[in-house]
Design a protein around this ligand. Structure first.
Ligand code: GZL
Length: 355
């Protein structure tokens, strides 16, 4: 016969067991909510495999879509830049929507508005020129999409319109080029005329390389920039503008060429040779970028020195995207490390060039 006492004892036991189970369940729940559980990494999310997203974040990891407005395909540098970004996106498992604006800022605006309509997770922009970006950056902000500026910079009052700017220190590139020229001609006190091939007018690299170069040259009374014109960072542009420089009377011909990029310098080499001069000897040539083609020209003796400007920004860009998607902050400025190479080093380095 079951007494009341027995019933009460069994009910109490049941209650205690239920309470215990409830507490254990609650702990594992709070453990889940308090600390990210290391869930098994799904094989399809390379972002985690490449360390872009710590495994603990895989619960938050989703197929990230990056809209990238590339300014054009004007040079060897640009082609390497685009390839680096495509490869890094594929490796990171990030879906890349890439639009080539063919050096037309309006086309960049159109591409960005299409990214907004498609509600991408992050927008990256390589701005063809520095000015005119506030309106479209405000549209992106109103859409609540984070922006990364890549390669070249934008002139905006409100720097909160973008998360970070990933690119080179172009002013220092100009300074390095000038230091090379000053050192190369240190035993030449006579008046030295310098020609300058500018890049795209209004672009950060052209503005800042020119400023950095002039800062040092202006301190040397015997060095003067006597010819300067834009050639849009293209090889054909460099050849055509150098041809016009050399249509001047011979006594006005420059002794030095400072070219804002390798492609224009390589085009200028053809024009210099057509005029009966020996490039690299009759005309000292210093350029910027550090492409394999420029190293080959240095090895051949046609170009004297090249200041490196690294186009391989893909991995850094994808890391920045991953940080933003993980809710972490980034420095406003991320500068790519660079060097300068001369003819003496070119033969050893040429095979190492990745672009
Ligand atoms: C520099 C980049 C410039 C390169 C050129 O970061 O914007 O544009 O120097 C390229 O070769 O066309």
């Amino acid at each position: 016969m079951i007494t009341l006492r027995t019933v009460l004892r069994r009910l109490t036991l049941l209650l205690l067991v239920g309470l215990l189970l409830l507490l254990l369940g609650g702990c594992s729940e709070s453990a889940n909510s308090g600390v990210q559980q290391a869930v098994p990494t799904p094989q399809h999310s390379p972002a985690v495999l490449t360390g872009l997203l710590p495994s603990g974040d895989t619960a938050a990891a989703k197929q990230v879509v990056l809209g990238f407005s590339q300014l054009g395909s004007e040079s060897t540098w640009r082609e390497a830049n685009t390839a680096s970004i495509r490869e890094a996106a594929a490796e990171a498992g990030i879906t890349l929507l890439l639009s080539n604006a063919e050096q037309d800022q309006q086309k960049q605006f159109e591409a960005i508005r299409s990214f907004i309509r498609r509600k991408v997770d992050v927008i990256a922009v390589a701005p063809v020129v520095q000015t005119g970006w506030e309106p479209v950056l405000l549209e992106i902000r109103q859409a609540g999409i984070p922006v990364i500026i890549v390669d070249r910079s934008v002139n905006v009052e409100d720097r909160s319109l973008y998360v970070t700017f990933i690119g080179s220190d172009f002013y220092q590139e100009g300074v390095k080029a000038a230091k090379y020229v000053i050192d190369k001609l240190r035993h030449h006190p006579e008046a030295i005329r310098i020609a300058e091939l500018q890049g795209t007018v209004g672009s950060t690299p052209s503005i800042d390389r020119g400023r950095g170069f002039r800062k040092l040259i202006e301190e040397r009374p015997n060095l003067e920039i006597t010819m300067s014109a834009p050639a849009d960072f293209t090889q054909s542009g460099g050849r055509e503008v150098m041809r016009t420089f050399l249509q001047q009377p011979r006594e006005k011909w420059p002794r030095v060429l400072f070219s804002h990029n390798d492609d224009m310098a390589i085009g200028a080499v053809d024009a210099i040779r057509e005029a009966g001069l020996v490039p690299g000897e009759d005309m000292i040539i210093v350029s910027v970028d550090g492409t394999r083609r420029a190293f080959e020209q240095m090895t051949a003796g046609n170009i004297n020195a090249v200041v490196e400007c690294n186009p391989l920004l893909g991995p850094l860009l994808m890391q920045a995207v991953a940080e933003i998607m993980a809710g972490r902050t980034l420095p406003k400025r991320m500068v790519t490390p660079e060097d300068i190479y001369t003819q003496e080093l070119a033969a050893m380095e040429v095979e190492n060039r990745k672009y």
